[in-house]
Design a protein around this ligand. Sequence first.
Ligand SMILES: [Zn+2]
Length: 184
Amino acid sequence: MTLIETTPPAGVHPQVLLLPWYLSGTLPKSDRESVTSHLGSCAGCRAELESLTMLRRTLRATLVAASPATRSARRWRGLAAAAAVLIVIESGVLLAQGVAPVATVASRGLAPAPVRLEVTANPTTTELAFRSVLLSLSAHVVAGPTSDGRYLLELGDANPARVAAALERAHASSAIVGAAVREQ
Ligand SMILES: [Zn+2]
């Protein structure tokens, strides 16, 4: 029996089925000669042989790189690190994309996030004096007072210059002993 008697699918030369064995040099002499002579006249089978050769080289290179086990482990760690870097980069891109529309909205003059101040009321101040300071700051209380006299205020204007002015006014007021912008 010769391998070449295998029936190939329609439109496929029988010799193409032998190419893997032809490539590995394990074909019986008669079949090898038949394939060799066919390759001389068939560009399709030559192209197939070429792609099989490439595939074989790639597989070999992969197998060589994957053995011994330690080298393989190092290789996988390298790949994992590369994947992590890629994730970070992609997250960064997503964050940048997320930030861009916010900046656009702010530049269009829509209200940005309100600014909050944490102020500590002077324990000796009157409620009236404290309230008048709040009015002058255009601020309202969103939380407080705490047991140590701290209030969380929200400013009606998030414009940085006005926030700075409000802070200055708060610091200047005798009704308030401490004021700072509270990060949200
Ligand atoms: Zn052919």
